[in-house]
Design a protein around this ligand. Sequence first.
Ligand SMILES: [Zn+2]
Length: 826
Amino acid sequence: MPHIDATYRSLRLTEAQARRELLRITSYDVRLDLASDDSTFASVTTVTFESDGGPTFVDLKPRRVSSVRLNDAELPAGRLDHGRLPIDTLPGTNVLVVDAVMAFRNDGEGLHRSVDPADGRHYVYGMSFMDAAPSIFACFDQPDLKAPYTFHVTAPTDWTVIGNAPGEQVEPGVWEFAQTQPLSTYFVTLVAGPWHLLNDAHDGIPLGLSARRSIAKDLDADADELFTMTGQCFDEFHRLFGIRYPFGNYHQAFVPEFNAGAMENPGCVTFRDPLIFSSRVTRGTRIKRATTLAHEMAHQWFGNIVTPAWWDDLWLNESFAEYMGNRVTADVTQYSDAWTHNAYARRQWGLEADQSPSTHPVAGNGASEASSALQDFEGISYPKGSHILKQLNARLGDEVFFAGAIDHFESHRFGNATMHDLFASWEKAGAGDLSSFTGNWLRTAGPDTISYDRQAHVVRRVPPADHPADRGHMLRVATAGADGSSAAGWQLAELAVETDTTDVELPGRAVVLDPFEDTWALVIPDPDTLDALVDLLPATDDDRLRAGIWNNVRNAFHNAQAAPERVLDLVEAGMPSDDNDYAWSNTVPWAIERVAGLADDPVAALDRIHRTCRQRLTDAVPGSTLQLAAFESAIASTADVDQLRGWLGGDDVPAGLTVDLALRWRVMVRLATLGQTDRDELRRTLGAEPTAVSRVEHDRALASLPDAEAKAWAWNRFLGREPVPNYELEASGLGMWRSGQEELTAPYVDRYFDDLAGTVQVRSGWVLARAARWFFPVTALDETTLDRARRLAGRPDLDLSLRRGVVDSADDLRRAIAVRRTFGSA
Ligand SMILES: [Zn+2]
């Protein structure tokens, strides 16, 4: 378990500003010894900096401090307080040397060390993001105190060490690295271990890939695809941005137990290693990996060359990387349908976040301290921000849009900048006055709701009550069935929605607003449209339009304006003719997990979905990824134990499919949820192929068992009573709360609200906040639970990141209760 000092203070904006005024950092020299111990490492940091003179502090989160010297005078280490070491700086040049022992962590932050269950090998990677750098080296941890770094690393002799700058092994186990370009503390990383490595080059840039040895053959299998996409994206970014990638090597490391999708560290990007596929995956999963790869490359410009001065501008990183990542993937890689995938995979993430009570403006999230900004890595900063930039790009045109971006990179190269600076660059490039666009779209939270009133022949626009705005929308409308027919002869019309009511007659049985995401709004289809779509959806063959229809349907369901049964009608009608594997792997799991349980008869609802999956399994091309997607949902929706057992044994498996490791575990998790397996069988399945994937899925299955012991086991993990890596913690939480097991989990509803606040004692950062959501009692669909959630969220002493998790989970619960109340027959 990581050593958590719950009293670490997160840096406040005002403190960062004061330190920025005082200091200019010349360089860091960091010496790490990873070879001596499995649980700790020695860290000696020499920081050379200029000061105006006066008191400040250095950030440091060590296991223990050996010595601190400032300008050759020894300082008492006992001064360290709440992760901060006070120092008195001299005017002019100062040299600070901190010799400390740090703890390896196992929560995906700091220097994460893990053991591969497949072969017992150890791996280490650095994640300095947000508040974690001081648990690797002493530093002035804020994004606008950049400096070049020189690393010296001692590691076991069979390890390879890769860092932000090129390095070499100068004697066995001793690695020396070149000095980096100026970096923010949060970019600093290294990956160290007995990695499987591959090298290539593109346009003079040395490229690398690495992954654990036990998945070497899986990395080898995809190396061509990864290197090819990397090269294609570099060419396109160079073309669009006009500035070459400046950080030397570009290594992409796939690392174990990584919390986010990836992290854009210059020269050494880290990715979660489930993105190296050990089992067959759908095309949608490959697109997700491709857009992640392009997203991290976009950050080399938006984020790494020019960095936000503070976390309230994190959208300057994430919204741009999301927009550019999708755009470049669609434009230059084999995944030209990346935007359609995005419509299925990301649109609802953004819209749901924007409808939550925790919504905030894209720009200027108001983060006053670093750790609270961590909660804004969500649907607002990614898909909503990306959408607003797409709108801005459409308005300015590529020429002005990129001329402004290039001016921004050139004016602030290797430095920091704010939103104001970027908009000044755009105005200089000829964008004109952008203040009303900025005010309405970037500085005002929440989506407008747009709907069509058939009786009155008007389109209504309703701004969010808490966030008034006067936003104009340009969107397309798709209508069909004007002659009462079921033929999907969709007609498209352009519509300007400039006022709260727009007079317009939209003829047709179905009126689908904004199916191509021309604007950012909550568009809700009327009941007649939902009825008509049951006929019209099956005959619709435009993939983008289908994605838009599903987003309309999901908007309606999220707001208790579509009955669960109506959604199931649409699944039954539409999915058999849908050839798109990511339409399947986004829409059908959503129906299984979020819709079926709210139907009057959840068992019958699941059975309807299952029969749809079986139909697609029968007629999909054998060996296609569509067949794989349908099979995954067939497993998740069946209650037929003989069938599951048959598939596990390889009987009756549709031609073209093999039950590989991932599918085997899907079957085991389903059997566990149904109470049709036991601990012994789960243990044997894990033992037969004890990989990292098996370990996580084993835990998911175990937590899913319908018995008191399983729930108690999962709960102990939530309480931190046993050390558990982040992926296994997530699987335990998500497995624990199962629909149909409400009686078993009932005792944990109150315990969640009693115990959550105390989890700050056992975890921190990303995992602390995420665990609040993983373990939230999602199946306790009643007002009492909602009331308890609201009371907990209102407690002033609750950690901010926990509060955010409770608020968002409670909003989901409130909406599920509303669907039951509106449409339930009971
Ligand atoms: Zn990003």
